[in-house]
Ligand binder design. Structure first.
Ligand code: PA5
Length: 439
């Protein structure tokens, strides 16, 4: 696992970064001192080393069982309770995995629900499941979130009607708090197999718990390697000294750019498989930092696709953005552009070149253009798209978020603002305890 960062195009002097060294050291120590307290939500910090080995085995055997008896695993969850799993599965599967046959995919198809309230989505999902065998993994730390609760009610009924109460019970896997919440209570009463989200780990930092690992393992991805990569990153970025810690340098750089008026960070990838990784990043940074009227607004673009939609803005719109590109050095497969005798499309100048070469040149040209257009660029490079590197990348960004949020002076581990829409929605829906006529 090796992640390399290139800060050359940020127009920020290394000396500026190093001015933060005392502040960074203090935050580093504080994070590590807090690690045993449940309410401080830093359990993820040493999770790649001290994860629950018994629970890990339980996850592996549940994934095996699901692979034996189900064509589809329906993962019901929202926010941190689904984005990490989806990001890893999409990054490490075929771009068309949902269209592959079981024989091609070799593993149960993982589909997601409970992350929106669209009746179309639910009905179309019911149609896709049809008469296929399926199981459910419902994930909610609080156990009370409306979107997954509604989806679970709908699909549990379908499962019970299809298999009868007893078999349906054996096809329901619940990932939730060890003792609190409606989902925990329901699981105890119904006798569902449960997996625990530790108290000291918040949703968006929970990829290496059962929240991420059960769906990821079911999709046939090696979760030992994934967590192994995270462990390497944990070791690599454990240095409190800013000079030696590129993860903390990245966090500091974000802070410097923010103070220079760069309030939007655009996460860019040149690999469509990374789309959900960007979605996960948006949630990780957005929910962790956007509070107290502060915070960098995270945006995601898929390139080169979005050069033909947002590229114009990136180049010449408001100059309040900086860009963080995730570059994958070596593609998992490649394709060579052949010579064409007629050359009517004028592409013979590329004959003999491979597509990754063209993609990289597009990336280099775009970075050059953006930098000259006053969009500072941070380049995060990873060798290859595989379990180890992805595990490392996830850990890298989790740690950067913790450092960055603290530098900003906010608590990166809470999300008080998310409650606002819920209160209004419950009032409008007439939920008991929420007065319908009172704003
Ligand atoms: O990161 C977070 O804590 C949130 O995004 C939660 O994961 C999300 O709100 C879902 O919450 P829950 O798992 O309680 O259903």
């Amino acid at each position: 696992m090796e992640i390399k960062i290139n800060f050359e195009n940020t127009m920020v002097d290394k000396k500026e970064i190093l001015k933060y060294k005392e502040q960074v050291e203090k935050i580093h120590k504080d994070l590590h001192n807090r690690k045993d307290l449940d309410d401080d939500f830093v359990g993820w910090l040493e999770l790649p080393t001290n994860y629950d080995k018994k629970e890990f085995k339980k996850i592996e055997s549940a994934a095996k069982r699901i692979n034996k008896d189900s064509d589809i695993l329906l993962v019901i969850g929202i926010g941190g309770s689904y984005l990490g799993a989806r990001a890893v599965i999409e990054a490490l599967s075929s771009s068309f995995y949902t269209m592959q046959t079981l024989k091609q995919r070799k593993h149960t198809l993982v589909l997601f629900a409970g992350n929106n309230l669209s009746p179309n989505y639910i009905n179309e999902l019911i149609d896709v499941i049809g008469d296929k065998d399926f199981s459910i993994n419902v994930i909610s730390k609080s156990g009370t979130t409306t979107e997954p609760a509604i989806a679970f009610r709908i699909f549990r009924e379908i499962l019970e009607n299809k298999y009868g109460i007893d078999e349906a019970r054996s096809r329901i896997y619940v990932t939730t708090d060890k003792s609190r919440g409606a989902l925990k209570k329901l699981s105890e009463e119904e006798g569902y197999e449960t997996f625990v989200i530790p108290d000291n780990i918040g949703g968006r930092f929970s990829v290496f718990t059962a929240v991420g690992l059960l769906p990821i393992a079911t999709a046939g991805i090696d979760i030992k390697k994934l967590i192994g990569g995270a462990k390497l990153a944990q070791d690599n970025y454990n240095d409190s000294k800013l000079k030696y810690n590129e993860c903390y340098q990245y966090a500091v750089l974000r802070n410097i750019l923010y103070k220079q008026g760069k309030q939007i960070e655009v996460f860019a990838n040149y690999e469509p498989k990374m789309h959900y990784m960007t979605e996960w990043l948006k949630q990780l940074f957005g929910e962790s930092e956007g509070k107290e009227l502060k915070g960098i607004f995270p945006v995601g673009i898929d390139l080169t696709t979005d050069l033909h939609s947002l590229g114009q803005y990136m180049q010449q719109g408001l100059r309040n953005i900086f860009e963080t590109v995730i570059r994958i050095e070596e593609p998992n497969s490649n394709i060579v552009i052949n010579t064409d005798d007629d050359d009517l499309d004028g592409l013979n100048y590329l004959a003999g070149k491979d597509l990754d070469y063209v993609n990289k040149k597009a990336m280099e040209g775009t970075i050059e253009a953006h930098v000259s257009g006053d969009v500072p660029n941070i380049l995060v490079k990873m060798e290859k798209l595989n379990e180890e590197n992805l595990g490392g990348l996830i850990y890298f960004f989790e740690l950067a978020t913790a450092m960055s949020g603290n530098l900003l002076g906010v608590n990166p581990f809470n999300q008080p603002g998310v409650e606002e829409y819920k209160k209004n929605m419950f009032r409008l829906l007439g939920k008991p305890g929420y007065n319908k006529n009172k704003k």
